[in-house]
Design a protein around this ligand. Structure first.
Ligand code: HEC
Length: 132
């Protein structure tokens, strides 16, 4: 009796990757990470993205960055192309905004923003990486 139950279970797990499961995850990544989905890969909410946009408008960012053309710093659209919208990149870029630095897009450095909180800087990156 037990064996009759176990076999279908094993068969299910063996076949599962060939069913819809792997295809649905592929679809999500190939169309870009959608901010409105609850995928584990993205943690940006529409509210955080809106806050990030407002924080950028209040700060000095737009003196050096534009959405779609390079100014002193890279266009935000190009930053969004380079870095997928995942938690790891939010943290890495938030720290870069706070500390400043050069070498990724050229030799011109970004000025440090040491008065920004990590949380606010992270919201800014959530907005930047949501730009499509
Ligand atoms: C003085 C000009 C300047 C200001 C002000 C500035 N940036 Fe930058 N930013 C740069 C430059 C130059 C780079 C490229 C740095 C590099 O090549 O590593 C850059 C890079 C970046 C990157 C990509 C970092 C990477 O490692 O790929 C992000 C994100 C960013 N800036 C966000 C911001 C935000 C948000 C603000 C406002 C709080 C801001 N920047 C203010 C000049 C500036």
């Amino acid at each position: 009796m037990k064996r009759i139950l176990i076999i279908p279970v094993i068969a299910f797990f063996a076949l599962a990757p060939n069913l819809g499961f792997s295809q649905t995850t592929k679809k999500k990544t190939s169309t870009g990470v959608k901010i409105s989905t609850s995928s584990a890969k993205t943690t940006a909410t529409p509210a955080e993205i809106a806050e990030g946009k407002a924080l950028i408008a209040k700060s000095d960012c737009l003196a050096c960055h534009k959405i779609d053309t390079k100014l002193v710093g890279p266009a935000y659209k190009n930053v969004a192309v380079k870095y997928p919208a995942i938690a790891e990149n939010y943290d890495q870029l938030a720290n870069k905004i706070i500390k400043g630095g050069a070498g990724v897009w050229g030799q011109v450095p970004m000025s440090p923003h040491s008065s920004l909180s990590l949380n606010d800087a992270r919201k800014m990156t959530k907005y930047i990486l949501s730009i499509r």
